[in-house]
Design a protein around this ligand. Sequence first.
Ligand code: ATP
Ligand code: MG
Length: 356
Amino acid sequence: MPSHLAIEDAYMFTDLIAGLFSHDLAIDLGTANTLVYVKGKGLICSEPSVVAVVNDGNGRGDRVLAVGHDAKAMLGRTPSGIRAIRPIKDGVIADFEITEAMLRYFIQRAHKRGKMVRPRIVICVPPCITSVEKRAVRESALSAGAREVYLIEEPMAAAIGAGLDVTAATGNMVVDIGGGTTDVAVISLSGIVTSRSIRTGGDKMDEAIINYVKRKYNMLVGERTAEQVKLTVGTACVDAKTEVMDVKGRDLVAGIPKVVAASSDEIREALVEPIHAIVETVHLTLEKTPPELAADIVDRGIMLVGGGSLLRDLDVVLRQETKLPILRSDDPFTAVVHGAGAALDNLPLLKDVALD
Ligand SMILES: Nc1ncnc2c1ncn2[C@@H]1O[C@H](COP(=O)(O)OP(=O)(O)OP(=O)(O)O)[C@@H](O)[C@H]1O
Ligand SMILES: [Mg+2]
């Protein structure tokens, strides 16, 4: 037997053994939330993409204090020395070291008993990712303990997760409104035919609320409060029912805490810009879609995923603006990770849809 074959066989054998003992993972590394799916077990965790670090001042750099929920609770409330960091900004990795620490934490969680075997990992990435960013994501995962890394574009994973047949010769449009980005993509024959991403998503909506409250009430509110306002009284279009909520913050003039009542009408006004940006992106993507696929979308509609798609009446606005059927996946938060998990369970599909 030629020696290179023997080496290849040995590799395959090691791979097989590794596969038996490791739990392969699919990870949706989102701006707001990171979700982890373990082959054979399903979704094992969904936590905010936040890492809290402390600098002990001993020259060894930052030490990770908490990841996920515990770290998010510290956002905006940290005493000096501790920093709560969101390593993914606008859908792309802004801090590689922290991302790697976060990945390591999630990989260890998936292998609770500290198994030594390195898992195969599928990571979902934004469709507009550059080759430098791709390499950095791969390297982060490898140094966090992965044996093999596959990258899938988020809209592709979302489409698989939402139950669309991505391998068929039919056009499917997916709109993923996440925390950092909105990705609009048309998929056919296991590939993305046309796509467009904007750095507008849930975070920009929160920011818009912060600015609105600052302008109108001279009051400063935190990110978490703004998000809460969006979830409670946020809406995308004029509604018969106006809701009101107490919003707490700091008066910019007097410098003391205060409370104002904000109505859903006001928050709709605050959200006009980000909503317009999302609608426009859908329009621009439709304009670039080849006619045969556009015809498919007229029949099949647009599939919405991502937490931002839960904004009240956003589907109504999109229906009015596009005149197309608008569907929302059953679980908008998990469509991406479930799609990546489904690809992990189906190696030919994974190889078909993974990026080079
Ligand atoms: N009911 C709701 N109404 C409006 N927005 C919501 C609702 N629930 C969650 N969100 C928003 O959804 C966003 C998080 O969505 P998701 O978990 O899909 O983002 P992500 O995948 O982490 O981000 P990205 O895909 O951009 O990297 C947050 O901005 C959150 O405030
Ligand atoms: Mg996402």
